[in-house]
Design a protein around this ligand. Structure first.
Ligand SMILES: O=P(O)(O)O[C@H]1O[C@H](CO)[C@@H](O)[C@H]1O
Ligand SMILES: [Mn+2]
Ligand SMILES: [Mn+2]
Length: 412
């Protein structure tokens, strides 16, 4: 049984989703398009990075082979696989390409129902909803009321927000109601309280998340979002892997956004840190703290928020390279019987149009010292990940997904 470590590289898709055209995403491929841009020098940035995408450690646990399974794209020469490493790709069955759907499906609870979405109109929010929010939260009104990129809308309305006290409300292709407000002029606690009110009011519309997007700065040139983002998600529709683990007394340590994504259900402990690297440090500490039967579940959000949505190819490539450099530190923490698995919750191809997520397959790669490892092929649902971790940690089978544990354990 030992321990399990699940790392989600938020938005690191590898293309090839069979239903991508339903989302307008046919051909989107976060990994391949970044790698191709790097190969041509299109992702060079002075002082940041240069040349071909340099991720040898992820390749050594099978990222290249996982990509080949998803679409046929592989990055240069095949890398020597580490002993006990396994690799494959997984397709999402949930109806949305959002963060909660991806994470819940990873924990063996796919989301078959359709979320509520706000239309591509201005205003985007129903007038009755806005009237209720304004009245209950005693606001002078709202700004935005449209689909937008979070950084651009702060640039556009940040000044007016500070002057008028009206929060900036916007949405995206995801099932979200996002609220940007200044940490001091509006107040961080007041923003969270507003989000709680909105959470309740959008429940009947089946909206997945209300997200507080606090920022600081005094002018468009220096407005900056802070690490105090908070997501108010609806709880998963069924008990997840996390609930099944905590119910039998195991500890689930949720790193970064994990607690919020699961509406704090099944998460024994939340540990946060600002930025991927600080989060990596905190995750290494959590790996030390985990006992047999425990799960450390980490979400590395910068890939998505800072680079995917911002369509910043060089930034995304540099973030992958920085993560890759640290991977051996996590691998060195593994003891016989442990399982480390790297995956993603959806794509966010920085070469794609717009600023939304992209429907993609995700990598399922990792290492399980003591097991044989090998090719796990193309999995039909992310839920296979959750069921594999469940079997590894000694839980009974769940209702969704098929464990690939027998495949990697054979001849161990
Ligand atoms: O543009 P920003 O504010 O980063 O918003 C993005 O973050 C949201 C939550 O992940 C997504 O729905 C997308 O809209
Ligand atoms: Mn995500
Ligand atoms: Mn996102």
């Amino acid at each position: 049984m030992a321990r399990a470590f699940l790392f989600v590289l938020d938005s690191f898709g590898i293309g090839g989703a069979s239903d991508a055209d339903r989302f307008g995403d046919a051909g989107a491929n976060t990994f391949a398009h970044i790698a191709q841009a790097c190969a041509t020098g299109a992702a060079d940035r002075e002082g940041l990075r240069k040349g071909p995408l340099n991720v040898p450690n992820m390749l050594s646990v099978g990222l290249g082979r996982a990509s080949a399974t998803a679409t046929g794209f592989s990055l240069g020469e095949d890398q020597a696989a580490l002993p006990s490493s396994f690799h494959g790709a997984a397709e999402e069955v949930s109806s949305g390409k959002d963060t909660p759907s991806g994470h819940w499906e990873i924990t063996a609870v796919p989301v078959p129902f359709d979320w509520g979405y706000f239309p591509q109109t201005v205003p985007t929010f129903p007038s009755g909803l806005t009237a209720e929010i304004v009245a209950e939260a005693k606001l002078p009104g709202i700004l935005g009321d449209c689909h937008a990129s979070g950084t651009e809308i702060i640039e556009r309305y940040g000044g007016e927000h500070i002057r008028t006290g009206k929060p900036i409300c916007y949405t995206s292709a995801d099932s979200v109601y996002q609220i940007a407000a200044h940490e001091t002029h509006f107040g961080l606690e007041r923003l969270y309280e507003l989000c709680r009110i909105v959470r309740r009011l959008v429940d009947p519309l089946n909206i997945g998340r209300v997200i507080a997007r606090p920022f600081v700065g005094e002018s468009p040139a220096d407005f900056e979002r802070t690490a105090n983002r908070r997501d108010f998600a609806v709880p998963p529709p069924e008990p997840t892997l996390l609930d099944r683990l905590t119910a039998r007394g195991s500890k689930v340590i949720g790193m970064g956004k994990i607690g919020d994504i699961f509406a704090h259900q099944g998460v024994s402990e939340v540990r946060k840190a600002a930025g991927n690297m600080a989060l990596f440090d905190a995750t290494l500490q959590a790996m030390d703290d985990a006992r047999d039967g425990d799960l450390v579940f980490a979400n590395f959000v910068d890939f998505d928020t800072l680079y995917g949505h911002r369509r910043d190819i060089a930034g995304y490539a540099a973030a992958l390279e920085a993560f890759d450099k640290r991977l051996p530190e996590a691998v060195s923490k593994l003891k016989p019987g442990d399982l480390l698995l790297l995956t993603a919750d959806h794509g966010c191809d920085p070469t794609w149009t717009g600023s939304d997520h992209t429907r993609e397959r995700v990598p399922v790669v990792g290492i399980a010292p003591g097991l044989q490892g090998g090719d796990i092929g193309l999995r039909k649902t992310f839920a296979d990940i959750g069921e594999t971790v469940a079997e590894h940690l000694g839980l009974a089978r769940g209702r969704h997904g098929t464990s690939f544990y027998p495949a990697i354990a054979k001849n161990a």
